[in-house]
Design a protein. Structure first.
Length: 638
């Protein structure tokens, strides 16, 4: 166990170093302008202090030129005026506009950050890595138990006897009810395998509500803020539940702000007392400023005790007059009083936090935020982790270490955690996948999908889920006809570019690949649908290559993202540009078939795949996909 944990710590540090190295290398070798073109920096903005919000200092950075950036709300940014790597000022993006971006800072903002020509850089967040490492170094017995199941060092106990459950959500299907029941009766862990559109969040919300009914304290987490917000939005519909959302308030969806710990602290009855103490502190600071601060040049080696003693005797020394000594002693007296008041504020804040946490039935946070001090002493009966198949073992162990029972929900047939370091690729092996392979009886597949037309489900169902899924009758035959004037019966179309000249290209100084022909085809389809009355927000364009995403997105307002950017989401229409087109049958990381699974399961009513069948056929799965569309007569050549 010690060896295994040591190795995990090593992998976490490899990944931390790779992420920081990537960022530092980019900032060192790339101009601010080039980094801005890539969407990872914003140059020449002016800062304006807007005041405090939920205890954070908010600054708006703006300019007359439009800001087009990949930097999003919740991202950490490095703020600088010269060499960014010489700055240590970081903040969190709270809002984005066409010509401004708002950033929240934990501490006071220096004056230089409020000048012209300020630069913002997307920054690697080291806190998450530190939390993972710290948790591994002090791993609780519960965390070690979870690893023992994975390492075949411990066998899970059988579930307790069946219990009667009065389901709150009466429309749950059989597999969802079974998942809830198994989770409630497990003595150690249970896994909810939730493929695309099978109502995983809905199942988790029912489970959380049922746990609370049994007077259990629940910690519910997810790898991303979006996943946690998704659960919060559904949970709040149950007005009986008392829920608190941990984490940086600026990374939380605006709709969920009132459930955050920061908001509840601000609204707590004891907060008025803190405001009164702050007013007293302001007056004391003003009085203190009338006396000499005992800086090294004035104290000349005298300690605080020496200064107070000499002043009480009316003495000076070492060239310091008795008057100056008395002035420094007064400064120290006021400073001590101010420090005591700050300590009092801290005590009151801790009391408020304790009250709020103890009064809550459910605490929600990201995996990383489960390491926060505010819940370090809280006893949880169960931990429920969403997106567990996208979380590394060091990440998922942070919440798991806090309760005897844990529930993991995810889909190991979709994308694994994204790992940058070549030395840390083993972090892609998740606890969810390890446990579901070793203990299939400790898992429940949610087997009814509510997202897509049944013909869109057919191929991924046979290829990735052993034909165990079925579509609900409500979505079986949904088409674009239902929501527009588009006369289109077929939900799936493969646009084959094999007769077009070889057309994949590397851009200069980039490892990524573009395909101009596919970009034009994707845009033509998207524009035709918009012209036919389909709302832009109902269309998504996906490509596995970042440069192709950039090429297409520069020419449209429709959402264009990599496969990773669309995981967990859906659109009425999805257009996929596969990009690869060469005579050698090289398909690069399209070989990661989980990427294919995610890409082809985002569409509800229409899926268009653009690709070169001759190139793609080099892989057996893509060959089966092309055979599938041929059988259905859904392939067209251009």
């Amino acid at each position: 166990m010690k060896k295994y944990i040591k190795r995990l710590i090593k992998l976490v540090n490899f990944e931390r170093e790779a992420e920081i190295e990537l960022m530092v290398s980019e900032i060192e070798h790339m101009s601010g302008e080039k980094r801005e073109k890539l969407g990872r920096a914003i140059n020449k903005v002016k800062g304006k202090y807007l005041g405090k919000e939920l205890g954070l200092n908010i600054v708006q950075f703006g300019r007359s030129k439009t800001i087009d950036t990949e930097i999003s709300v919740g991202d950490m940014v490095l703020v600088s005026t010269g060499n960014p790597l010489r700055s240590d000022l970081t903040g969190t993006v709270t809002e984005k506009g066409a010509r401004f971006i708002k950033v929240a800072f934990d501490n006071r903002v220096p004056r230089w950050a409020l000048k012209k020509k300020v630069r913002l850089d997307l920054y690697a967040n080291d806190i998450t890595f530190r939390r993972m490492e710290d948790n591994l170094k002090h791993l609780s017995l519960r965390g070690k138990n979870a690893l023992e199941y994975s390492l075949n060092k411990r066998d899970p106990k059988a579930n307790k006897d069946n219990i009667y459950i009065d389901y709150i959500d009466k429309s749950l299907n059989k597999s969802q009810k079974s998942a809830v029941k198994n989770c409630l009766t497990t003595q150690n862990f249970f896994l909810i395998h939730g493929p695309f559109g099978t109502g995983k969040t809905r199942t988790l919300v029912e489970l959380i509500s049922q746990e609370v009914r049994q007077n259990h304290k629940v910690l519910a987490t997810g790898e991303s803020n979006a996943a946690v917000d998704n659960i919060v939005e559904r949970l709040v519909l149950n007005e009986k539940l008392k829920i608190t959302r941990l984490g940086h308030p600026q990374r939380v969806s605006k709709d969920n702000i009132t459930y955050t710990l920061a908001y509840k602290v601000e609204k707590h009855s004891l907060n008025d007392k803190i405001k009164r103490i702050h007013k007293k502190i302001d007056k004391l600071v003003e009085k203190r400023s009338g006396f000499t601060k005992p800086t090294p040049q004035y104290r000349r080696g005298f300690s605080d005790h020496d200064i107070l003693y000499n002043a009480s005797k009316g003495k000076g020394g070492r060239g310091i007059s008795a008057e100056k000594m008395k002035s420094m002693a007064n400064w120290l007296d006021y400073n001590l009083e101010i420090d005591e008041m700050h300590d009092e504020i801290k005590r009151i804040e801790n009391k408020m936090i304790k009250d709020i946490i103890e009064d809550s039935d459910v605490i929600l946070s990201t995996n990383s935020s489960a390491a926060l001090d505010s819940i370090s002493q809280t006893k949880f009966d169960v931990v429920i982790v969403d997106e567990a198949s996208q979380a590394t073992i060091p990440s998922v162990l942070i919440p798991i270490a806090k309760a005897r029972r844990f529930i993991l929900a995810g889909d190991h047939k979709q994308l694994p955690p994204t790992i940058i370091s070549n030395h840390a690729q083993d972090l892609q092996n998740t606890l969810f996948e390890s446990l579901i392979e070793k203990y299939p009886h400790k898992s429940q597949l949610l087997n009814v999908q509510y997202r897509m037309n049944k013909s869109l489900m057919e191929f991924p169902n046979s290829e990735f889920y052993n034909n165990n899924l079925k579509s609900d009758t409500s979505v079986n035959n949904i088409t674009l006809k239902d929501i527009s004037n588009v006369e289109d019966d077929d939900a799936l179309l493969f646009v084959d570019t094999c007769d077009v000249e070889n057309h994949e290209k590397h851009l200069k100084d980039s490892k990524s690949i573009v395909n101009h022909v596919e970009a034009r085809i994707a845009l033509k389809f998207a524009n035709d649908y918009v012209n036919a009355g389909i709302d832009e927000k109902d269309i998504g364009i996906i490509s596995p290559y970042a440069d192709q995403v950039k090429l297409i997105s520069e020419k449209t307002d429709i959402e264009v993202k990599t496969v990773d950017g669309f995981q967990g989401r859906e659109k009425e229409i999805i257009i996929i540009s596969t990009v690869r087109s060469n005579e050698y049958g090289q398909i690069g990381f399209l070989k990661d078939l989980r990427r294919l699974n995610v890409a082809i399961t985002r569409a509800k009513r229409k899926l268009i795949i653009i690709g070169n069948s001759d190139t793609l056929k080099s892989d057996p799965t893509y060959e089966r996909l092309i055979d599938f569309v041929d059988e259905k007569n859904l392939r067209v050549k251009i």
